[in-house]
Write a protein that binds this ligand. Structure first.
Ligand code: SF4
Length: 480
């Protein structure tokens, strides 16, 4: 059986797509390469958000050229947003690539690999619109107890720094019945936590004419027996409505955590970004969220150095950050993305200025995050233990997981294996110390609940037939 490996760059959308890529390869008879062995097929699922995403991809392809020479029959495939953007250019720049496929035709990969092998010729197939909804494709999920569930693909917005609409097209929504059926099937397999996925979940339903569809979907998740936790990403402040806040507050298994991209605190810059909301609306949403869920943790994305950003604009961003009290923030230095309107805007901000502002922002965000974390010391929180998150530290006997508000918690666990939680299990713990970016619970477990998610994880650890080892875990590299 030919082996494969999927290398993933970028966002959760790509992580979810990589699970589908692994699924269609497994369905075609491929098996995942054992860690440390050279796969017969290497698939790069690429990101096009940041400039050095190009350099990183072509750099990795360069490294693989001699490897391919040393492994006759080995094939290389490039998919994702960079493939959708560059198309034939990928093969022109790296003629040892066998297949280039796009964001709209993941399911075609096995056929394209076979055609390339038989015809001894690179295959480039890019579709302008979705061939079939990725969620209808077979999948191989990374986790036994947590899952991404796509509710829409594409985006109708036109933020001037973003290439996504050009590469993933207009928003296409899955019907709620399909989404809920997938979630029920996942819960039957032991999944405890799902994350609803869309470029802009708040406009979910626009395609089938139901503006309230997202809030209804959250409430419907509340009725699924055995589903412990519901999260979602990415919301958009412009379309964030009060029915969603009410649904979050009134549906027990919807988690009190919200990742709401701000991007800038300056109304002038938000206008230039074409983000169709202003700072007062953004802060107003946060006030209403906190009124309904006082313990909600709010995180965000912020871009520093957008073309034309002045010191006054940046000061406005710092003011909104002080008012918003984010639990954490993903902060980015603006970099030109060819093909976006912002790339050709005047007044590109000099790098040293961007760097200096970035450092000030990171410092402020860190101070506030730490202060917000310190409010949780002595509090009791529920933790869902996670595999591959933080660490299972033999010296400190700690395991890591996420609280309901999505904060990372390192928990001191019993030394006796039979008393230790498994990834997927739930426990109540008391927070003993708050660090800037995580919490510690050194007092051990107050209570432990073994879940079907923990059972599913444990079942995966058991040596079983070929099928069970078909995990195809993609390595994740965030395009910085
Ligand atoms: S909302 Fe804006 S930033 Fe997000 S995917 Fe759509 S265009 Fe890009």
């Amino acid at each position: 059986m030919r082996t494969y490996e999927v290398v993933t760059y970028g966002c959760q959308m790509n992580v979810h797509d990589s699970e589908r890529i692994s699924g269609v390869l497994a369905a075609a008879g491929y098996v995942p390469a054992e860690t440390g062995t050279q796969a017969d097929v290497v698939v790069f699922n690429t990101c096009a958000v940041r400039e050095n995403a190009d350099n990183r991809l072509y750099g990795n392809l360069g490294h693989l050229a001699p490897v391919k020479v040393a492994h006759p029959g080995m094939q290389i495939a490039v998919g994702g947003c960079m493939a959708q953007k560059d198309r034939q250019v990928v093969v022109d720049r790296a003629p040892w690539v066998d297949v280039v496929f796009g964001t709209n035709n993941l399911g075609s990969l096995p056929v394209l690999l076979e055609r390339a092998r038989v015809q001894q010729e690179a295959q480039v197939e890019i579709l302008e619109s979705l061939e079939r909804f990725p969620s209808t494709l077979p999948t191989r999920r990374d986790s036994a107890y947590a899952a991404w569930v796509s509710i829409s693909v594409g985006c109708n917005n036109t933020c001037t720094f973003c290439i996504v609409p050009a590469l993933r097209g207009k928003e296409s929504d899955r019907r709620p019945g399909d989404v809920l059926a997938e979630i029920r099937a996942l819960v039957d397999e032991g999944v405890q936590e799902i994350t609803l996925l869309g470029q802009n979940v708040n406009t979910y339903g626009v395609e089938f004419g139901d503006r309230g569809a997202f809030a209804k979907l959250l409430r419907a998740c509340g009725g699924i027996e055995g589903l412990e936790r519901v999260r979602f990403t990415s919301p958009h402040p412009a379309a964030f409505t009060d029915d969603v806040i009410a649904a979050m507050a009134e549906t027990p298994n919807v988690m009190p955590s919200l990742h709401m991209p701000l991007q800038s605190g300056s109304d002038r810059v938000l206008k230039a970004m074409r983000r169709s909301y202003r700072s007062d609306k953004f802060l107003g949403i946060l006030d209403r969220v906190r009124a309904a869920m006082p313990h909600a943790a709010i995180t965000t994305d912020i871009i520093v150095g957008f073309p034309g950003e002045t010191e006054e604009d940046f000061a406005a961003t710092l003011d909104v950050v002080r008012a918003a009290r984010f639990a954490a923030a993903f902060t980015f230095q603006y970099s030109i993305r060819p093909g976006t309107p912002a790339a050709t805007m005047p007044d590109q901000v000099p790098r040293p200025v961007v760097q200096e502002r970035y450092e000030r922002l990171v410092e402020l965000v860190g101070e506030i995050a730490w202060a917000e974390n310190q409010k949780l010391e002595t509090q009791t929180v529920e933790v869902l233990f996670a595999a591959g998150e933080g660490r299972k530290d033999a010296a400190t006997h700690r395991m890591s997981g996420r609280a309901r508000d999505n904060r990372l918690v390192h928990v001191a666990v019993p030394t006796e294996p039979e008393l230790q939680p498994r990834p997927g299990d739930l426990a109540e713990v008391a927070i003993s110390y708050a660090a800037p970016h995580h919490l510690n619970a050194d007092g051990g477990l107050i209570s432990l609940r073994r879940t079907r998610g923990g059972d599913a994880w444990a079942a995966r650890q058991q040596p079983a037939g070929p099928a069970a080892t078909v995990l195809g875990i993609p390595r994740l590299v965030r395009a910085q």
